[in-house]
Design a protein around this ligand. Sequence first.
Ligand code: ATP
Ligand code: MG
Length: 542
Amino acid sequence: MSDEYIENNQYNIGHICTKRQCALGRADKTAMRWIDAHGARVDYSFSDLDRESNRFANVLSDLGVQSGDIFFTYLPKMPEQFFAFLGALKVQAICGTMFSNFGEDALLDRLGDSGAKGVITKKSLLRKISSIRSRLPALKFIIVADGDTVASEGVLGLKDLMNAASAEFETPLTSAETPSVLHYTSGSTGKPKGVLHRHGSIINQNMTTREVLGLTLDDVFWCTADQGWVTGTSYGIIGPWSLGVTQVHYGGGYDAREWMNLLARERISVWYSAPTALRMLMREDEAIFSEADLSHLRHVFSVGEPLNPEVIHWARRLLKRDIYDTWFQTETGAIMISNRPGLDVRPGSMGKQVAGIEPAIIAECGAHLSDGEQGNLCLKSGWPSLFITYLNNDAVYRQKFQHGYYHTGDTARRDADGYYWFMGRSDDVINTAGHLVSPFEVESALLEVEEVAESGVVGVPDELLYEKVVAFISLHERYTPSSELEIKIRLRVSNKVSTVATPQEIIFCPVIPKNKSGKIMRRVLKARYMGEDPGDTSTMEI
Ligand code: ATP
Ligand code: MG
């Protein structure tokens, strides 16, 4: 990261995203165009962002929050969330973020495990925290972004606090090693783990925002991710603002027509979304896309799950653009492997490593595998945005490292040209009759069947095959299951992937369970099939 952003070894993320931008002459530039669910807009400049986050930093300081204390946001997308996040980082608190649709169990897990000292929420969500408060001895205060102070209960109204707080704050000098952001993982494979990052992560976030997303000072960027997961902070806050880029933040939910209007009206030039949202768009009336003026849109990126080739073909046809898939994890803090402008997209491949990252495909025995062979996707450890621990679980953290490599828990292969192809999470890859089958490849083939809206493919124990392939499928509304359709589906997978990958069983269901960041929860499908307890479902959407 250039000296332009880091001055005198000040790595504080809150500082770099606000005050430093002002010092670089961007004080009056729009940092955030906030658009609420009803379409009302408010622009906040970098100096607004600096002032409001300073106020929030003073609020926290006055409440006794100190370096290393844990503070959480529990809010839907709204301007106060961004002020709180940056303000908390300015006082060197560790800032965690939680999805606003979390229930009590999910809250208790995170606030309890981390020993959080404070949280900011909304009036409508307060009840959920209040009902578990007696089980959170470390929790000293709750700030209500849109409410009044109830002194007796330690509930504080933000407005009063902010009015009383100074707009000046001198951010203490913060080293790259200082802990910064805490994200509990999506919980796709088990109980969410508290992934702790450091302020130096901004180096990778800044670099990949420039070199992968290709953002420049003239761009208008929209990242649809909620701030509850890592994409929402690494690329919905830190990366773009560390570069002085204008971001649109939209408080409404998914609505294809509104999204297309937004892209056109706000002249969004780079858009970062996720496969679930893109797959939902694929189901919409095609006219929505031909009517929208997307002439300002330079690039579209995706993250969070494998991007099915069918989605890329759809985008080429209807959006007249490629979609660039990017791969990373909560633990990696920033994009590690990706497609990007200037690199030919191979549909189904997640692209190549970014600068400074050294991936390797490693076998169970520890041997480094050659091109074409599939194995554990590992990354040579040591880059700045690599997590520093799993909170309260250092033993599991250490297990992830072997011989200088971080083991991601994903299975992949590299082709002869250096492109990486995702196979699945190590736990999800199916071993049937001695062959390894990628659930993603089967799901991608299924998506090409006209009637199929979504699918989730799992391996379940089988006496003969060791594991058999079971496909859960939801159909587009106008179709109904039939034995002819089952045959068509089997034939497609057998022709497209292989005969061993052909589902032994097809189960039609109305919806495929997903978590709050849109990932298919295969372990829930598997448990459903086996009649077992699905385990922790605190992050499940439906
Ligand atoms: P948990 O670790 O609690 O099970 P999680 O792994 O889903 O949850 P995240 O850190 O949000 O939590 O997700 C990272 C994972 O998402 C990756 O390990 C990978 O399995 C998947 N993923 C992310 N981006 C991509 C992508 N572009 N292609 C394929 N898989 C992806
Ligand atoms: Mg994970």
